[in-house]
Write a protein that binds this ligand. Structure first.
Ligand SMILES: Cc1cc2nc3c(=O)[nH]c(=O)nc-3n(C[C@H](O)[C@H](O)[C@H](O)COP(=O)(O)O)c2cc1C
Length: 231
């Protein structure tokens, strides 16, 4: 709410300084909302110097981005609990429609819970036993209107990518696991995983510590010329 007030306050100031007229009714509605409580908070504009806009070169980012691969076999070492908090703290910088941030991450550490949740899917059968933490990224349907039908998955996907990169930066291994369930099965999984009915499953992420040496699938990428289509 503070954020909205600060943004609206900037909006009003911008219009006033450019002599744009509001109807009296709209102005008084806005002002009443703005000053009904303290509007100090985070929001409005911030200015960034071009040279400060990125701290990584494309070469450095390329090296980091390409170092992320799906890991499907983890060491026995447990993942420190607080590290995932820091990882989520970083991942939440992902963009979202109107900054809705309609995402949540459910974390499971107990082997029995992990097994019970994963029993409904196939793509992890070979390595379920080595998963130390299971994350389920969900989107909160309440954050979106009925016209924004796919946005929950777009925002959730962007957040999940940031989460995977943050996990990589934290020195952990991870593998995204799809949640391509029919709706009836999705509801079953949500019940077992204690996830609210208003959330939609975006993806699961198996997390674990890395072995000293480990094999990963070589997953070739399509040529860039087939992806970037210049018009
Ligand atoms: C949404 C999503 C769902 C995925 N589901 C599975 C899965 O169920 N099982 C699995 O082993 N890998 C899964 N993957 C991992 C992909 O197979 C993998 O990302 C892809 O082959 C590219 O390999 P890389 O991650 O090593 O670059 C999934 C990836 C994504 C993005």
């Amino acid at each position: 709410m503070l954020n909205i007030r600060k943004n609206l306050s900037e909006y009003l100031a911008y219009h006033d300084s450019n002599n744009h007229e509001f109807t009296e009714e709209f102005r008084s509605f806005l002002t009443e909302f703005l000053y009904e409580s303290n509007n100090e908070g985070i929001g409005g504009l911030k200015y960034i110097n071009k040279e400060d806009s990125s701290s990584l070169s494309l070469t450095e980012f390329s090296k980091f981005s390409r170092s992320r691969v799906s890991v499907r076999n983890f060491s026995n070492e447990p993942v420190a609990n607080n590290i995932l908090y820091s990882v989520v703290e970083v991942a939440k910088s992902a963009p979202s429609v109107c900054n809705r941030q309609g995402w949540k991450v459910h974390q499971y550490s107990n082997k029995k819970d992990i097994n019970e949740i994963l029993i409904y899917r196939n793509g992890n059968l070979g390595f379920t036993g080595t998963i130390d933490k299971l994350l389920i990224v969900t989107g909160d349907a309440k954050a979106f209107t009925s016209c924004e039908n796919n946005q929950i998955f777009i925002d959730g996907g962007l957040f999940s990518m940031n989460l995977l990169l943050a996990i990589q930066a934290a020195g952990l291994g991870a593998c995204a696991l799809n949640t391509c369930y029919p709706l009836s099965l999705e509801n079953k999984v949500k019940k077992v995983a204690l996830i609210s009915k208003v959330e939609r499953l975006i993806m699961m992420i198996a997390v674990g510590c890395l072995k000293d040496s480990y094999g990963v699938a070589y997953s070739a990428r399509n040529p860039t010329k087939d992806i970037l289509i210049k018009h």
